[in-house]
Design a protein around this ligand. Sequence first.
Ligand SMILES: [Zn+2]
Length: 464
Amino acid sequence: MRTVVLAAALAGLLAGGAGAAPLAAHPAAEAQALDLAEKAIALRSVAGPGNKTPEVAALYKSALVAGGFAPDDVTITPVDDTAYLIARWRGSDPKLGPLVIYGHMDVVEAKPADWKRDPFTPVVENGYLFGRGAADMKLDGTLAIAALVELKREGFRPRRDIVIEFSGDEETRMKTSAIIADKLSGADLVLNIDGGGGNLSETTGAPEYFTWQGAEKTYADFQLVVTNPGGHSSAPRKDNAIDQLAAALVRIGQYQFKPELSDLTRAYFVKAADHEPPEIAAAMRAFAANPADAGAIATLTANPSTIGKIGTTCVATMISGGHALNALPQRAEANINCRIFPGHKPAEIMADLQRVAAEPAVSFTDVTEGSVPNDPSPMRPDFIAAVTKALGATYPGVPVFPSMASGASDSMWFRYHHVASYGASPMFMKPSEDFSHGLNERVPLANLRPAIDYYLVLLPELAK
Ligand SMILES: [Zn+2]
């Protein structure tokens, strides 16, 4: 309980700094979110032997049922060594497509020997919750559960069904993610609480801006193979599998896909420029005005955090070839990993690479696993209004704008079914404190109060 008081005090300071409106506190929801997150962190929900994801599902189910969900409306489905959970709060109008809240229960492996504290023992210290999954995304999940329970406690009645679902293998195979998206493809909108979020200033710790993720790149792997009859290395032939593959890879490495701008990335660059150092900011503004601006392209390409936002990128990630020191290679192969700008199909990008490689001996095969092509979600005015209202109530004056992820998220499974999906976690962090997937993962507890407030405004808006 002491930790909750501390968190509430921190939240008050934080919100006070931004001039927050006086929203009522919801101590029961804040305490429940933290308590459930601590219990969930203690369950080692890592893929493989001893995977405790089904126990996390049981924990979440018991909290939802105790909070008023009908037991039959909360289902846990085992899949291999994991499980997924779908809980439905029935709305008054069954004809409306449900609002889906998406999260996951599994976490990335953590080696206790490398951590300062045991990764699977939750620790609250100096205003942070430490543990594997603290940031990605056990507290995020339990905040949403606690907010739903609070809405039930307050007597809220949604018009459309609210479905909260948790996948069980987001960090590995995404098999349950694909199953869930298939089952819920009639959703009106998906709120992905494992994406988007707010930035805290590195220097002052004050909230700087919030982005909602409305698009992501499509992930693809292409295998390049050259085969050759081979022979004795003392009698070289003109066609050598390694030479041919190497020449193709060099040409692909030198190629830059045409930079692109979408409505969403334009909105991002214009707003994000206000929070960047002068050189990057100028390049963002110039690129937003003219995506053919060579100077802007050069600057944004040289910057690791923007190169992925201005177009498709493809890069060689693996190579192997030959079978003996003294033999002509019979086979050489490489993997090209692409992050495709929304709106393009992998086949189109593979054809581009084939043309650039200009080496007929190299065969190209799409070997992508665990990913589906997806287009951006529309910039839906009802969602933008709702998220802006929820942020305005919790962090007044903090800019809200869209972003595109350079990596992949589970939103792709829904976007693949043409269901609008938006990453919009209420968690605010300093970029330097994001230790998701890494060592000593932690999350600032100052998020507790505003996150609950955010959901209490956002969910009723979206479930209207
Ligand atoms: Zn995650």
